[in-house]
Write a protein that binds this ligand. Structure first.
Ligand SMILES: *Cc1c(COP(=O)(O)O)cnc(C)c1O
Length: 388
């Protein structure tokens, strides 16, 4: 068990992740497979811990964005099927073979290059990506599909085991564009089948669409943000049929407290000046932890109350105004619940002009993580490798 030697940490409640995954799985038809999306270190929650929990809760497959992420899971004994959703450089396909990882193939050009570098003795498993309106990766038309499968015939060691697409607007109230993409996908899948090709595992759903339309006609869904207990968008909040439990909370402890007189400035640039005598506390968290400079003027929870962040957020520290003197070591919550109050990921995101997805992703590796399972602390992770 890794230790850490600072009083700032993220707490990851794996019980909540288990609960979100199993509750969502129950809303799906029993034969539909659930792919747990654990890219970007499980949206900043800890990839291997989340992967294990999601598999226990009923996921049958994992998805990541890069080859490095996939290999990293394999090296920590994750044996479930893993798909890489992003583009893998063809020269590294041999590693996907070595570690038994499923690739995403998204263009004939990619296949042509890969065909040249992968020996015929090795089987490459891949899912084909179709672009039905996201405009990111994938084949767009029947002509492109035709060309692709003609090319594929030359190299039978490239094995198609699935076909998928990704929605651009499934989290918006207006369903028009979503439906257009869905129908285009249905049509292209139909075209592939007409050619006598078995598409394998067909999937299109992300959190937003699988929560709203759990009965789509396909074989699997890719669950990302809602596994972590977060809603895909604020406008969708009212449409979610289940109670999601946020798994991520962020905490620190007061390291210094002082009383300042009226007219005293705090932090770089002296952008904050007290209007009366005030209590100021210093927190050992800053933008190098991912608690960004723009969190100035937001607030944290101390002693069950909101306390404003005053002055600029520094690299490693920031200051808050507290209502009265509090002892050194008092716990401060930056994301999550404290007594009757709660700071949600959405509130932090709103203040930073972004979406909830981005917030845990940009908390840096300097932040230690404490994992909770079955109500107990089961593991501590320190991103820095200085431990004896
Ligand atoms: C990230 C990602 C997902 C998960 O999306 P959520 O909105 O987090 O559920 C699904 N599919 C693809 C292709 C992705 O890149």
């Amino acid at each position: 068990m890794d230790a850490f030697y600072r009083e700032t940490w993220a707490e990851i409640n794996l019980d909540h992740i288990f609960c979100n995954v199993s509750t969502i799985k129950e809303t799906l038809p029993p034969t539909k497979q659930l792919i747990a999306v654990v890219k970007a270190n499980a949206y900043g929650h800890g990839d291997v811990q989340v992967a294990r929990t999601a598999l226990e809760a009923g996921a049958s497959m994992l998805a990541v964005a890069t080859l490095d992420e996939a290999i990293s899971l394999r090296k920590r004994d994750i044996e479930a099927p893993i798909i890489i959703l992003g583009a893998v450089p063809p020269q590294f396909v041999y590693l996907a073979i070595k570690y038994n990882i499923i690739l995403t193939v998204y263009s004939s050009e990619w296949l042509r290059t890969a065909q040249k570098v992968v020996p015929r003795t090795e089987a490459v498993q891949f899912h084909l990506k179709l672009d039905t309106g996201m405009g990111r990766l994938g084949l767009r038309t029947e002509e492109e599909i035709e060309e692709f499968f003609t090319l594929l015939q030359e190299t039978p060691h490239f094995k198609l085991t699935g076909v998928f697409t990704h929605f651009a607007t499934a989290d918006e109230l207006d369903q028009g564009y979503y439906e257009q993409q869905y129908h285009r996908f249905q049509k292209l899948i139909g075209y592939i089948k007409e050619k006598g090709i078995e598409p394998g595992l067909v999937h299109c759903g992300n959190s937003a669409s699988l929560l709203r339309f759990p009965n789509d006609e396909f074989d699997a869904v890719r669950l990302g943000i809602s596994m972590y207990g977060l809603t895909p968008s604020t406008e969708m909040k009212s449409l979610i049929p289940i109670q999601l439990k946020p798994a991520y909370s962020l905490h620190t402890k007061i390291v210094h407290v002082k009383k300042i007189e009226k007219g005293t400035s705090v932090s770089y640039g002296a952008t904050y000046t007290s209007e009366q005598e005030e209590w100021i506390a210093t927190l050992p968290i800053g933008y190098a932890d991912g608690w960004m400079r723009r969190m100035q003027n937001f607030y944290v929870l101390v002693d069950g109350q909101k306390s404003p962040i005053v002055g600029r957020v520094c690299m490693d520290q920031c200051m808050i105004k507290i209502p009265y003197e509090l002892p050194i070591g008092t716990q401060v919550t930056l994301i999550g619940k404290q007594e009757a109050e709660e700071i949600t990921m959405e509130q932090v995101a709103d203040h930073s002009n972004t979406i909830n997805y981005e917030i845990p992703c940009v908390i840096t590796n300097r932040m230690p993580k404490v994992f909770i399972r079955n109500g107990e602390q089961v593991e501590v992770y320190n991103g820095l490798s200085h431990l004896e």
